[in-house]
Design a protein around this ligand. Structure first.
Ligand code: FMN
Length: 256
């Protein structure tokens, strides 16, 4: 494989959940956000909230960014030009999520290049009302994901990924026969088991319903973990739709 400083920074990525007390200088923070902003965008449909409240931030991180999809700001711009949004909120959210995600990952990489580490937190959409109250968000601003950042005090190994052949499909999507699926599952599971990841993190997801527990930390690994998430959690979109609606986003069909 080719390599250079940029590629190596990306290949060294690992989520970090333990930070020193050192507060990054303003210049560092501004550089990271500026690098984030320079990500490609469809319409810069985002805003970024920052908390430096180490006492309150998850893992006492010196920086907590909350990345939001922001229709409010755009509506102000459109009003200046005597326009109103007619595009439906699902489309806007889709573009907003794309814009915001690209910016966020640029920040992760920029941060890493300056010696900072980070970890995303995915629960923000389900706590959107609480985050909105905390940051006094206007309607039409929706917290998408949070990102802790700071100087690391842990150095875990990099986590496994699928084999490239299970990710990159050239010209057409292949028929994924069971042996290819098993190979990808093995790569992930063996990788996590070799790191004893779930035992160390005490992160086994309990089984709901009639399923009997047969796994121990000797064989509980990533594919079982992810099955337990998407095989048990949030069967209905109700919670998320409620949060979106509270924030002024309407995803269900317009009433006629
Ligand atoms: C959208 C998103 C949400 C995430 N949410 C959480 C979270 O709530 N808690 C957590 O500890 N890690 C969270 N992570 C980090 C992932 O667990 C981590 O990226 C993944 O396990 C791969 O590990 P690595 O980043 O060290 O390579 C999240 C990552 C993403 C991209």
């Amino acid at each position: 494989m080719k390599n250079n400083a940029t590629i190596q920074t990306m290949l060294d990525h690992k989520s970090i959940r333990k930070y020193t007390d050192q507060k990054p200088f303003d210049e560092v923070v501004r550089t990271i956000v500026r690098a984030g902003q320079q990500a490609p965008f469809a319409s810069q449909y985002y805003s970024l909230l920052l908390s430096r409240n180490m006492k309150k931030n998850p893992w006492k991180a010196p920086l907590l960014f909350t990345i939001c999809v922001d229709s409010h700001k755009f509506e102000l711009i459109m009003a200046e030009r005597n326009w109103k949004i007619v595009t439906n909120d699902l489309t806007l959210l889709m573009f907003g999520i794309q814009d915001a995600s690209l910016m966020a990952e640029n920040m992760v990489i920029a941060g890493r290049s300056l010696g900072l580490a980070s970890c995303f937190l995915g629960s923000a959409p389900y706590r959107a009302d609480k985050i909105a109250a905390e940051y006094e968000l206007p309607k039409r601003v929706f917290p998408l994901v949070q990102l802790t950042m700071g100087y690391p005090t842990e150095n875990p190994p990099t986590r496994p990924r699928y084999p490239l052949s299970f990710t990159l499909f050239e010209d057409k999507y292949p028929k994924l026969d069971p042996s290819r699926v098993s190979e990808a599952m093995r790569a992930m599971d063996d990788g996590y088991l070799a790191q004893d990841y779930y035992r160390k993190a005490k992160a086994k997801i309990p089984l709901e319903g009639d399923r009997k527990e047969t796994f121990t930390y000797d064989n509980y690994s990533w594919t079982e973990h992810i099955c337990r998430k998407w095989g048990q959690w949030y069967p209905e979109p109700t919670e998320l739709l409620e949060q979106l609606e509270k924030r002024g986003f309407r995803i269900t069909k317009k009433q006629t």
